[in-house]
Design a protein around this ligand. Structure first.
Ligand code: WT7
Length: 635
């Protein structure tokens, strides 16, 4: 057990050095001592970033659900695995033990099998944050099917694109979902998508809201009667360490989302090891990550990482503002949560409200606080530290990505001294590099550059589903032999990293990763629009909000333009989801372009941020006169 739980800074540095000098020995020891393998690997790792090709634990056999479920039964069978807290505080929380979870996963797996789902098949899961979401994820993994969870806030068109991209034949959904005071018609959204998804043969429907739904004969089945009939044992499918475990979509620089493919062996080892250390999980602890399982944070740090450690993981169905702004703190007090992991946007939103919402509750159980998803500003960090952590719980500012599978840069609580706004040091085995524009590594401290990773880590994505070339082009072509993250970062005098934000055309809004291209595509489909450009601008709660510059085919009346703004946002909500709506829309006569026709987003960003005193050199523009006109009408 020696290396598994890091006790002090000296040990961290020692292990870090070992993980860099002898990565194979280091990871082999971790993998060997803490996980259940059906067959040992032939080789710990192999890599070639020029292709890119990366394998971990090649030749090994396992099933991740044996690690997350079966092996715990003898020692902690009655311990709560999933603690489900419903949207409505009046509804009772559910404590699902490891024994029960094991049975429910097996039942669900048997239902999938009886519907013809086989190893390697893709299954789309479009569910709210209810236990069946975690159960169906694990059921897929049990039988070797590849799950593709789509966040249940995505629109029917976005869902259809994701179903078709990886050719899912089976979709799991629910009749509806509760979000605060609202009830959403999920099944209706699925029905809408399936008009464009001819390959889907089976829809399994969980009963959550009891709302009326249409069931298509032969295609749609309520899951409950099928589960009742199913056996509660299901032999795990024995998988290769490199077999795909899941696909998760993230937005990119074209309209088409990227299906990041994660494999099972390395992903399991890295998410479990990071979970244990970055949240300092101890056997009796109650751990709560407020993310949705529709994002990578939920995959790695609600489901797989915690369960691989035999942890109790809270699943919360609701929202931070319902029934009031004290909901998070009420849940922390009620379940005596020890580790609390959330996003800066939630912290900023709650920090604006009265402190009474916090002070009403006993938060003394908290030992570790975490944040993820976007840079955390100093003010929010201090509020979190003072009011939630009471200046005694370390904050782990965890930097990572859908593509990295697990946390890459983060303090280890009670080990790494924290500094507000700094994600601090790379986790064991992670080798960051800062690069300049010419492609050279910037060595030394007090420097800033583009953040790359120069050596593979076990949970990195292996490819983009169906498009390996795009995987190479997006992440491995900018800097030779490096994985490029798309983020900028600085390294301070003591070697701590601070993530400064995206340096590509992705904008992080309320912690959600949004590509500008898919939003622009959605706007441009409006019949009145000829062209558009989206940029981010600073927003006190969301971190960034979206500003759209739109060229109309015809100028039209002012009254019509107000309507058009609504229609444009409606169009975006239909194509992507409400999270991608624009805060500001400005109709412009033209967009600043270079002579080669590229939109100069740098200028638009400054206009959106109301910072036009120094626009830099605009003389090289094809149409410099348009800049003045845009500034004149800026909002
Ligand atoms: C992007 C990845 C990984 C879970 C959620 C987001 C930004 C993430 C931090 C942080 C500053 C952060 C980066 C990154 N980001 N965590 N602690 N500090 N920025 O996953 O949707 O794949 O987005 O989120 O820009 O590249 P994702």
């Amino acid at each position: 057990m020696s290396n598994y739980s890091i006790k002090n800074l000296e040990e961290y540095f020692q292990l870090y050095r070992k993980s860099v000098r002898e990565p194979e020995n280091f990871w082999e020891e971790i993998a060997e001592e803490h996980f259940l393998w059906r067959k040992r690997w032939k080789r710990v790792m192999r890599w070639d970033f020029s292709k890119p090709e990366v394998t971990w634990f090649e030749g090994a056999k396992l099933n991740i659900t044996e690690n997350c479920l079966d092996r715990h039964l003898a020692i902690r069978g009655e311990k709560t695995a999933i603690l489900f807290e419903p949207n409505d505080p009046e509804e009772k929380a559910q404590h699902i033990s490891y024994n029960e979870l094991h049975k429910r996963v097996c039942r669900f797996a048997n239902v999938l099998k009886s519907q013809g789902v086989k190893k390697g098949d893709r299954v789309c899961i479009y569910l709210p944050m209810i236990p069946e979401l975690a159960i169906s994820v694990l059921a897929c993994a049990r039988i070797g099917a590849i799950h593709s969870v789509v966040f249940a806030g995505f629109s029917s068109q976005a869902l259809a694109a994701r179903i078709n991209d990886c050719d899912c034949r089976t979709v799991i959904t629910s009749d509806g979902s509760y979000r605060g005071a609202k009830t959403l018609d999920l099944k209706g959204i699925v029905d809408q998508s399936l008009k464009d998804c001819k390959g889907v043969k089976t829809v399994l429907v969980v009963n959550r809201t009891g709302g009326e739904v249409e069931m298509v004969k032969g295609r749609d089945h309520w899951i409950e009667p099928l589960l009742e009939k199913a056996k509660d044992e299901c032999k795990p499918e024995i998988m290769d360490a490199e077999d795909p475990l899941f696909i998760l979509y993230t937005s990119g620089s074209t309209g088409k989302p990227k299906g990041m493919v994660h494999s099972s062996g390395g992903y399991m080892v890295f998410t479990a090891y990071t979970f244990k250390n970055i949240f300092r999980y101890r056997e009796e602890d109650i751990y709560w990550c407020t993310a949705d399982i529709g994002w990578i944070t939920g995959h790695s740090y609600i489901v797989y990482g915690p369960l691989a450690n035999g942890a109790t993981t809270v699943m919360f169905e609701g929202v931070p503002t319902y029934p009031d702004h004290g909901r998070f703190w009420e849940v922390v007090a009620k379940h005596k949560v020890n580790q609390f992991y959330t996003a800066p946007t939630a912290i900023r939103a709650l920090a604006k409200e009265s402190l009474d919402y916090v002070e009403k509750y006993d938060l003394s159980s908290i030992k570790v606080l975490g944040t993820v998803g976007e840079p955390i500003n100093e003010e929010a960090w201090n509020w979190y530290n003072n009011n939630i952590g009471k200046n005694k719980s370390p904050i782990v500012d965890t930097w990572w990505q859908t593509e990295t599978g697990g946390i890459m840069i983060s303090p280890i609580p009670y080990v790494t001294p924290t500094t507000p706004t700094y994600a601090t040091l790379p986790f064991i085995g992670v080798q960051p590099a800062l690069m300049d524009d010419k492609g050279n590594e910037i060595k030394g401290n007090q420097v800033e550059g583009r953040l790359c990773i120069k050596f593979p880590w076990p949970s990195m994505a292996r490819t983009i589903w169906g498009d390996h070339k795009r995987y190479y082009d997006t992440y491995f072509s900018a800097f030779k032999n490096m994985y490029f993250t798309g983020d900028g970062a600085m390294r301070n005098a003591v070697g701590y990293y601070r993530i400064t934000g995206r340096v590509d055309d992705v904008i992080i809004v309320s912690g959600h990763n949004l590509g500008t291209a898919p939003i622009e595509d959605a706007i441009n489909e409006h019949q009145a629009v000829s062209e558009s450009a989206i940029v981010g601008f600073p927003h006190e709660v969301k971190g960034n909000a979206l500003y759209g510059f739109v060229i109309l085919k015809e100028v039209g009346e002012a009254r019509d333009r107000e309507n058009l703004k609504k229609e444009i946002n409606q169009q975006i909500a239909e194509h992507i989801g409400p999270i991608a709506k624009l805060d500001k829309i400005q109709f412009v006569p033209g967009l600043p372009k270079t002579r080669s026709g590229k939109i100069m987003r740098r200028i638009l960003r400054k206009i959106a941020a109301n910072d036009t005193s120094n626009l830099g050199d605009i003389s090289t523009l094809l149409n410099p006169e348009v800049v003045e006109e845009i500034i004149k009408d800026a909002q």
